[in-house]
Design a protein around this ligand. Structure first.
Ligand code: FMN
Length: 137
């Protein structure tokens, strides 16, 4: 499977998580490209079989959490993704709130099928993601 991971990271945690997710997918035989929202070209990204979009959680730590403007603006630039599989992920410190549902809703709004939502308290993808990567065919 041809996978693209796009992330928005301020201090590197989400970038590290994205790289680790890419490595894990490659271990399972998939081709994976990892890019920041600044580097990634939306037209190229929409060609992938699976699109993963990640953000760090922004808010007041226990309330008003949301994805970054950069990650949401990238989703807006993707255009129509009818039937395309997508994954959303985030890194956070205390509580992710509705960060992932907000991204999932935006992706579903442009026709994507959200097949995974993962949150990590730091740069390491969790065992739930490892199982997901192993299940991808
Ligand atoms: C301005 C600001 C707001 C934040 N708000 C939250 C929050 O509401 N909830 C939370 O769990 N973490 C919050 N965090 C922590 C970051 O989401 C977390 O450290 C994340 O892993 C940083 O990712 P990055 O290194 O890729 O930028 C906030 C961090 C900053 C700088």
């Amino acid at each position: 499977m041809n996978i693209t991971i796009v992330y928005d990271s301020s201090t590197g945690t989400t970038a590290k998580a994205a790289e680790a997710m890419g490595k894990k997918m490659e271990e399972h035989g998939h081709q994976c490209r990892v890019q920041s929202v600044v580097q990634a070209d939306p037209a190229d990204v929409s060609e992938a079989d699976l699109i993963c979009i990640g953000t760090w959680v922004k808010g007041l730590f226990i309330i008003l959490q949301h994805p970054t403007q950069g990650s949401m603006q990238f989703i807006e630039r993707l255009g129509i993704l009818e039937g395309k599989k997508a994954v959303v992920f985030c890194t956070y410190k205390l509580a992710a709130g509705s960060t992932l549902p907000k991204m999932a809703k935006a992706l579903e709004g442009i026709g994507a099928q959200v097949v995974g939502q993962f949150k990590y308290r730091g740069p390491e993808p969790n065992s739930e993601f490892a199982s997901f990567a192993a299940s991808l065919t």
